[in-house]
Design a protein around this ligand. Structure first.
Ligand SMILES: *Cc1c(COP(=O)(O)O)cnc(C)c1O
Length: 353
C-alpha cells in the first residue's frame, strides 16, 4: 500500500502550517515567536507534536511513539482520516450496519460516498460481503469492534481477511476494547500497513469530558494526519490530566472490573423478564436489549427519569434499546422499573382474558 497514492490530491500537495517552535522547542529559550502573554501561567501554546502525551501513550502500550497520535476525541481522528484519504464526490467508504453514527456524519461533511453493508443477524462481520462492495474508488472501511450498538467483538479471522484483501485504509475503532478480553489490535500495525486502530479516554478511562482519543498506525499515516490536524488540537491542561490518568491505570482497571461485574448482573436479571426478547452478548460497557415493545419500555424509563438509547430504527435493531452500564444503584433502578413494568403488562394481559 502506498499512502501517498491514497491521499486526497490537495492534501498531498499542501504545505502544512509550521510554527517556529515545533522545529526547535525548549522551555529554556526566550520565546518571542507566538505573540503570547509572558506573565501568565497558562500563557504558552501547547506542543503541536504532542511529544509528552505520545511518549506516555507509547510507554503505556509498549509501542513506538511515532506510531501514536492523539486527537480531540477519537471523533477528530475519524474526521482527519476522512479529510486525508477521501476525495469529495469521488471516493467511497464502507460502513457496516448497524454501527457508530459518526462515520456517516463525518463522511457527509466531506461529501464522500457511503456504501452501507449489513452485518449478519447476530451482528457478526462478514468479510466477503464487505469486500464485495469495494472498488477502485473505495478509500476507507470502518470496522467497530466491539461494535456499537450491538456490543459484540468481531471474529479475528474476518477482520484479518478485510485487512489483507483491501488496498485502502481499514479503521478499526476499538473505543470499547478496554472492556473486552480479546487481544487488542494495536500490536498488529506492523503486520498490516493499512490498519488504523482507534481508542479513547472517553469510555473506560472515564475522561469523556476532556475529549481525547488516540490512534495507532504506521508512521506514514500518522505523519499525514500530523500535517493536516489543527496545530494545537490538544490543550495543555487536558494533556496533563490524561498523562496523570495513565499513571493511575490501576484505578481504571478496577472500574472496568466493576462495570463488567455489573454487566453480568444486569444481563442475568434481564434474561428473566418476559418483556425482554433477547439480550445480545456484550464485550462493552453497554448492552443491546430487544424488547417485545421497545417504544413502551423507552417511554416508561423516560417517565421514571432514565434515559437510554433508542436504537429501534437502526438496521437489524427492531425493538432494541441500548443501555449503558451505570453505577450499582442506577442499574438497580433500571431493573426495578422494568420489573414493575413487566408486572403491569402481565396483569393487563390477564384482564384482557
Ligand atoms: C464513544 C465512541 C467514540 C467516541 O470517542 P471520543 O474519543 O469521545 O470522540 C468513538 N467510537 C465509538 C464506537 C464510540 O462508541
Amino acid at each position: 500500500m502506498n499512502v501517498n497514492e491514497l491521499l486526497r490530491k490537495n492534501v498531498r500537495n499542501m504545505a502544512p502550517y509550521s510554527s517556529a517552535r515545533s522545529l526547535n522547542s525548549s522551555s529554556e529559550m526566550v520565546l518571542l515567536d507566538a505573540n503570547e502573554n509572558p506573565f501568565a501561567t497558562r500563557g504558552r501554546y501547547p506542543d503541536p507534536s504532542q511529544t509528552a502525551l505520545r511518549k506516555a501513550l507509547a510507554n503505556f502500550y509498549n509501542v513506538d511513539c511515532r506510531n501514536v497520535l492523539a486527537g480531540n476525541g477519537s471523533d477528530e481522528l475519524i474526521d482527519l482520516l476522512m479529510r486525508a484519504f477521501t476525495e469529495p464526490r469521488q471516493s467511497n467508504i464502507i460502513i457496516p450496519q448497524p454501527t457508530y453514527g459518526m462515520y456517516e456524519v463525518l463522511a457527509n461533511i466531506q461529501n464522500c460516498n457511503i456504501r452501507k453493508v449489513l452485518l449478519n443477524v447476530d451482528f457478526m462481520l462478514d468479510a466477503d460481503r464487505i469486500l464485495s462492495v469495494t472498488d477502485s474508488s473505495s478509500r476507507i472501511i470502518f470496522i467497530c469492534s466491539p461494535n456499537n450498538p450491538s456490543g459484540n467483538e468481531f471474529s479475528v479471522g474476518e477482520i484479518e481477511k478485510v485487512l489483507k484483501s483491501f488496498s485502502g485504509i481499514v479503521v478499526l475503532d476499538q473505543a470499547y476494547a478496554d472492556f473486552s478480553s480479546a487481544q487488542p489490535w494495536r500490536n498488529r500495525i506492523s503486520e498490516f500497513p493499512n490498519l488504523v486502530v482507534l481508542q479513547t479516554f472517553s469510555k473506560a478511562w472515564g475522561l469523556a469530558s476532556l475529549r481525547v482519543g488516540y490512534m495507532f498506525a504506521n508512521q506514514d499515516i500518522v505523519d499525514v494526519l500530523m500535517r493536516i490536524k489543527m496545530p494545537y488540537n490538544l490543550n495543555s491542561v487536558t494533556t496533563g490530566l490524561v498523562i496523570e490518568q495513565l499513571q493511575k491505570s490501576y484505578l481504571v482497571q478496577s472500574w472496568i472490573e466493576r462495570i463488567c461485574l455489573e454487566r453480568q448482573l444486569i444481563v442475568d436479571a434481564l434474561q428473566n423478564l418476559s418483556i425482554v426478547e433477547c439480550v445480545y452478548p456484550s464485550d462493552a460497557n453497554f448492552i443491546l436489549v430487544k424488547f417485545a415493545n421497545s417504544q413502551l419500555v423507552f417511554k416508561r424509563l423516560q417517565q421514571r427519569g432514565i434515559i437510554v438509547r433508542n436504537r429501534s430504527n437502526e438496521l437489524l435493531c427492531d425493538n432494541c434499546l441500548r443501555i449503558s452500564i451505570g453505577s450499582p444503584n442506577e442499574n438497580k433502578l433500571v431493573l426495578a422499573v422494568l420489573k414493575a413494568f413487566e408486572i403491569e403488562c402481565l396483569s393487563n394481559n390477564n384482564e384482557e382474558k
